[in-house]
Design a protein around this ligand. Structure first.
Ligand code: ATP
Length: 588
C-alpha cells in the first residue's frame, strides 16, 4: 500500500476534532487497506508499532532526527534547528526543508506503508554502541525517498509526536462500520479489546475473519486484560445507599496493582497501565509459580512493601526503589514486599470474567496457595454502617488507605469504571474530598537549600476531549529533600527545548518537560482562575480552574500513564461538589 494514501488520511484527520468526521476518514482509509496490513495501519494511526504492553517504543531523540534530516537534505543542522524553533514541530520543519531540496532533485521511488513500518520497527529494536549511526542511516534512507508531507509524518512517528486525536472508541466505530457495516457492533469489538488490550489484533480479526469470530474472541494468556476500576464514594452511608445490605469489603492496599499471567514456570507481570513490569519484581517471578495450583491462570494482586519486623504495610513510595534497572537484587532484599491477591480472571484455559464476585473469590482461594509472600487481600462481608467502620479501622491500622467495596453477584467488567466496585478512602474526608493525580509539565529552579533541584513544579490535568494537558497549579510544598532529589533525577531527562504542543499553559516555567510523569497532590479547594487553563470556559468564560494550597503527598504515580491522570471532567465534578457542600452548610 502506498504510504501516500496513509499520509493523506493523517493530513485530513489532523485537520478536524469532530468525531463523526474522524470516523468517516478512518472508514475510507480502512476500505482502501489490504487486510493483511490492517493491524499495522491501526498501530500507526495510534503512533505505535505494536500494542503498548509489548514495550516497543520508537522515541528517537530530536538530535538524531535533525542530523538525519541534514544528512538526507544536505542542509546544515543549524538551519534545521532555526526552522524547528519557529514552529516547535520538527516534522513540519522537515517538510519545509525537504520542500527546498526536492525542487532541485528528480522524483524518487514511491514508498510503501510496509517499508515505512519495517524500517521504523528496525529502528525501535536497535540497541548497543553503533545504534545511533544505524538509526540515522535508516531515517535518512526513508527521508531520501519521501515527499515533504510524508517526511513530516515519518518524523512525527519517529519522535512519538503524532497526535491525530483518534480515541479508541472512534477507531472501533470505524472498524465496525468498515468491516461489518453496522456501527452498533462496536460493543462486540469493545469486549474483544477489553480482554486483549490490542486494537491491532481486534482489527485483524474482524477484517480477516468477520464479526462472528469477534463474538468468539477469547482471552489470550500473556496479553493483559484491561482492568476493572472503581467509582469513589465519600462515606459509609453512601456505600449502603449504593450497594444495598450485604456486600464485600476488602482492604484497599496502598501499593502497585499487578496482573499476573502464569503458565507453569512462565510468568509475566503487567501494571495498571498494562506496561510489562516483570523485570522490577524478580522475587515474584521466582516465588509465585510455586503457589499456583492450576495449569494456567491470570490473577490480580496488589504488590505492597512491608516492614518485615512488624509485618505492617508500608506506603506506595517504598516500591519506587524497585523502579531501577540496575542493582535490582539489592532492592529486593532491602525493600521486601508481599503479593496480595484479590481477583482471578482466567483459569485452566477458561475465562472467569463472567463468574460473580463470590465465585471468583472462591476460585482464587482454590487456585493460589497462601504463604508469607503470597496473601489474599483481607475481606469481610459487611451488612451495616458499623461493620464497615470497624473494617475500615482495621484496614487503616494495618497501613492501608481504606476500603474497596464490591457487589457480591456481579461479574468482572474489564476496562470499565463503574458502581460494582466502590472505593472509600480515609483521605476523602479531607477538605477537597480527594487527592488528584496530575501531570508534571514544567519546573522552577529551587533557591537556598533547594538549589540544584526543581523547588516548584507546574502541574496539569488531562483534557480528554482535546487530548492535551492543561495547567492547574504550581506546587512547592510537601517535598522532602529526598523527594526533590528523586524528582530531579526523573524529570531532568524529560526537559525539552520547546514546550510540547500538548501542554496548554501561559505560565513562564524555567524548564518545560515532556508530559510523562504523574504525581499525587492534595489541596484545600478548587477556585476559579484567570491564569490556569484546566476546564477553561467550562464554568465561566475566559476562566479556568486552579488548586488552592496544593501539597505533594509523597506519591510519584509511576504506574499511571499521563492519560490516566485526573481529567478536567473530574475537576469540574469536584468543583461543583464543593460548591454544593458550601451551599448545604450555609443552609444549616
Ligand atoms: P487510586 O488513585 O485510588 O489508586 P486508580 O485510578 O489508580 O485510583 P481505581 O480503580 O480508581 O484506580 O482504584 C483502585 C486501585 O486501588 C486499583 O488500581 C488498585 O491498585 C488498588 N487496590 C488496592 N486494594 C485493592 C482491592 N482490594 N481491590 C482492587 N483494587 C485495589
Amino acid at each position: 500500500m502506498e504510504f501516500s494514501i496513509l499520509v493523506d488520511s493523517f493530513y485530513k484527520m489532523e485537520s478536524t476534532r469532530k468525531r463523526l468526521e474522524l470516523t468517516q476518514f478512518l472508514v475510507e482509509l480502512f476500505e482502501k487497506t489490504p487486510i493483511e496490513i490492517i493491524s499495522k495501519i491501526v498501530y500507526l494511526i495510534q503512533g505505535k508499532l505494536r500494542p503498548d504492553f509489548e514495550g516497543i517504543e520508537l522515541g528517537v531523540a530530536e538530535r538524531i532526527a535533525m542530523r538525519s534530516i541534514s544528512k538526507s537534505s544536505g542542509i546544515p543542522i543549524k538551519k534545521i534547528e532555526t526552522e524547528y524553533r519557529k514552529g516547535g514541530d520538527l516534522g513540519h520543519a522537515a517538510s519545509i526543508i525537504l520542500e527546498q531540496k526536492t525542487q532541485t532533485t528528480f522524483l524518487v521511488e514511491d514508498i510503501t506503508v510496509e517499508r515505512v513500518y519495517e524500517t521504523l520497527f528496525k529502528i525501535a529494536k536497535l540497541e548497543g554502541p553503533h545504534s545511533q549511526d544505524m538509526k540515522m542511516k535508516y531515517i535518512s534512507s526513508l527521508l531520501n525517498d519521501a515527499s515533504p508531507l510524508e517526511a513530516n509524518y515519518i518524523l512525527k512517528l519517529l519522535l512519538g509526536t503524532l497526535r491525530l486525536g483518534v480515541a479508541e472508541n472512534t477507531m472501533m466505530d470505524a472498524l465496525a462500520i468498515a468491516f461489518s457495516g453496522d456501527k452498533d457492533n462496536r460493543k462486540i469489538l469493545q469486549h474483544a479489546y477489553n480482554v486483549s488490550s490490542d486494537l491491532g489484533k481486534v482489527a485483524e480479526t474482524i477484517a480477516i475473519d468477520g464479526i462472528e469470530e469477534i463474538k468468539k474472541f477469547k482471552i489470550i494468556l500473556f496479553n493483559p486484560i484491561r482492568p476493572m476500576l472503581a467509582d469513589r464514594i465519600k462515606s459509609e452511608e453512601e456505600a449502603i445507599e449504593k450497594m444495598g445490605n450485604a456486600f464485600a469489603a476488602e482492604y484497599k492496599l496502598d501499593g502497585e496493582r499487578v496482573q499476573l499471567h502464569i503458565e507453569g514456570e512462565k510468568m509475566e507481570l503487567f501494571s495498571r497501565s498494562l506496561e510489562n513490569i516483570s523485570s522490577y519484581y524478580p522475587d515474584i517471578i521466582e516465588k509465585i509459580p510455586k503457589n499456583i495450583q492450576v495449569d494456567n491462570i491470570i490473577v490480580e494482586a496488589e504488590i505492597v512493601a512491608i516492614n518485615e519486623n512488624t509485618g505492617k504495610f508500608l506506603p506506595f513510595q517504598e516500591l519506587m526503589h524497585r523502579r531501577r534497572k540496575y542493582k535490582i537484587e539489592k532492592a529486593v532484599t532491602q525493600y521486601p514486599i508481599t503479593v496480595n491477591f484479590f481477583d482471578i480472571l482466567y483459569c485452566n484455559g477458561k475465562s472467569c470474567l463472567e463468574l460473580n464476585y463470590k465465585d471468583r473469590r472462591r476460585k482464587l482461594e482454590e487456585s493460589v496457595k497462601e504463604d508469607n509472600f503470597a496473601k489474599y487481600i483481607p475481606m469481610s462481608i459487611v451488612t451495616n454502617k458499623n461493620e464497615i467502620e470497624d473494617f475500615m479501622e482495621n484496614s487503616i491500622n494495618s497501613g492501608s488507605e481504606g476500603l474497596m467495596l464490591k457487589l457480591l453477584d456481579k461479574p468482572y467488567q474489564a476496562g470499565s469504571r463503574g458502581s460494582h466496585w466502590l472505593k472509600l478512602k480515609r483521605e476523602y474526608q479531607n477538605e477537597l474530598g480527594d487527592s488528584l493525580d496530575l501531570v508534571v509539565i514544567g519546573g522552577f529552579f529551587g533557591k537556598g537549600r533547594r538549589t540544584g533541584s526543581y523547588g516548584t513544579l507546574l502541574l496539569a490535568t488531562y483534557d480528554e476531549d482535546e487530548d492535551v494537558f492543561t495547567s492547574i497549579c504550581k506546587v512547592g510544598t510537601g517535598f522532602t529533600d529526598e523527594d526533590l532529589d528523586q524528582l530531579y533525577q526523573m524529570l531532568n531527562p524529560k526537559v525539552t527545548i520547546k514546550k510540547n504542543p500538548r501542554i496548554i499553559s501561559e505560565m513562564k516555567a524555567d524548564v518545560w518537560f515532556e508530559p510523562e510523569l504523574v504525581i499525587e497532590v492534595v489541596a484545600s479547594e478548587i477556585t476559579l482562575s484567570p491564569i490556569h487553563k484546566a476546564a477553561m470556559d467550562k464554568i465561566r468564560k475566559e476562566t479556568g480552574l486552579a488548586l488552592r494550597f496544593p501539597k505533594f503527598t509523597g506519591k510519584i504515580r509511576v504506574e499511571k500513564a499521563v492519560e490516566d491522570a485526573s481529567t478536567n471532567e473530574e475537576i469540574i465534578a469536584l468543583y461543583k461538589g464543593q460548591k454544593k457542600v458550601a451551599h448545604d452548610k450555609n443552609l444549616m
